[in-house]
Write a protein that binds this ligand. Structure first.
Ligand SMILES: C=C(O[C@@H]1C=C(C(=O)O)C=C[C@H]1O)C(=O)O
Length: 385
């Protein structure tokens, strides 16, 4: 795929000129004016924090949960803006939210995961932002669908706004290895590959769902050289009206930021460059071998597919596949390779093997005169099969 045509972040915008990770912090939701001001004042004292976030319209999974204070919260955010050095950010989900946020001088608007998933809503928001030099963050959609995320970014970008940034908040999956939203780090990495000038921040709070996981997720984001962090922060997290388990106090945020190890994306040291180059050449050779081996394996798979097709045997052979998986996991373990990693590789290989053999089966069927008829469905007289 060629790089995306996203005209991003004019350099004169303050949000764009970041040589350190941008830190956005604030409560999941604005609850009262006192809670908003107390949190904002505490965050104002942390130099690394530049943007104060608070949701006022909260999309909730089920009705009856706290759905946000609504428009009155914008007045509280405007007060934060007046009384601290922080920029203020709010989530918008429709054109009316955008207009009200703009009318109250809100600096940053973010599009949440549920909204990003709906192109109608994103277009409505983009239309409301047309020609306004606003800063907009687009969170990833709930499902691990990169095209949907890119589509939302493109819609907002085409509106000709001021600055555009993306936020990785993880993906809602059945199984999440203890995360509230599975990170699927390869998706934001792929986004950055396609849109190299787009700053992509990470929201460790929504990935973790549990404040105990925050430091490791935030560190992972920094190790991936992401442009910043959005971390839910509340003066009394345990009493929060929403997302209580994932919010941290401003003091805990100070500790988290202090413990982060920030590394450079590159080094000028010529010795480092030489060693890296040498090792990378070895990787290049190994990858070429890997691909060669894969191609040879696929050629054998194809041969097996041909004899299966001639004998009308199904591509999937569960017993054999089971034996392959067991033996490769064991081999992998002996070489210190993680089980999940080895399984994922062999599942991808098997998927491709089946795809190859399925095509052959179709061809053989249409060439054969004595082909077994396609599944016969007999309709019983009472209408059931
Ligand atoms: C190659 C075969 O076909 C399929 C692919 C397999 C593989 O890639 O190892 C294993 C079993 C089958 O589901 C085979 O039957 O051996």
């Amino acid at each position: 795929m060629k790089p995306l045509d996203l005209q991003l972040v004019p350099p004169e915008r303050p949000m764009a000129s970041i040589d350190r990770p941008m830190i956005i912090a604030g409560p999941c939701a604005a609850e009262t004016e006192e809670q908003v001001m107390a949190t904002a004042i505490a965050l104002d004292a942390i130099p690394a924090v530049t943007v104060f976030r608070a949701g006022i319209w909260k999309p909730r999974t089920r009705p009856g949960a706290f759905e946000g204070v609504g428009t009155v919260g914008l007045k509280w955010l405007a007060r934060v803006r007046r009384e601290t050095r922080l920029l203020v950010a709010v989530e918008v989900a429709n054109a009316q939210h955008v207009e009200e946020a703009l009318a109250h001088g809100i600096d940053v608007q973010w599009i949440g995961a549920r909204t990003t998933a709906n192109p109608f809503s994103v277009q409505e928001i983009a239309d409301a932002l047309r020609g306004v030099p606003a800063t907009v963050l687009v969170k990833n959609p709930i499902s691990p669908d990169l095209s949907l995320w890119i589509g939302a970014l493109e819609r907002v970008n085409r509106a000709g706004i001021g600055s555009l940034l993306a936020v990785h908040r993880g993906f809602s999956m059945g199984e999440t290895n203890g995360y509230r939203n599975s990170p699927h780090w390869q998706i934001p990495i792929q986004l950055r590959r396609l849109a190299p000038t787009l700053p992509v921040l990470c929201d460790p709070s929504h990935i973790s769902g549990d404040r105990r996981l925050l430091p490791e997720v935030a560190q992972r984001a920094m190790d991936l050289d992401m442009a910043g962090l959005m971390i839910e922060t509340h003066v009394t997290p345990e009493a929060a009206w929403s997302d209580a388990s994932q919010q941290i106090t401003p003091d805990a945020l100070v500790a988290l930021l202090a413990a982060l190890v920030l590394r450079r994306p590159s080094s000028q040291d010529p010795q480092f460059a030489d060693r890296l180059e040498l090792l990378r050449r070895r990787i290049d050779r190994l990858d070429a071998d890997l691909l060669q081996t894969l191609a040879e394996r696929m050629a054998v798979v194809r041969k097996i597919g041909e004899i299966k097709a001639e004998n009308s045997v199904t591509p999937l052979q569960l017993e054999r596949w089971n034996a392959v998986v067991e033996s490769r996991l064991l081999l992998g373990k002996q070489s210190d390779l993680g089980e999940d990693f080895v399984l994922a590789i062999f599942q991808a290989i098997h998927e491709e093997a089946l795809r190859t053999q399925t095509g052959l089966e179709g061809q053989a069927r249409s060439n054969r005169v004595d082909a077994t008829p396609a599944i016969e469905v007999r309709v019983a007289s009472n209408g059931t099969t």
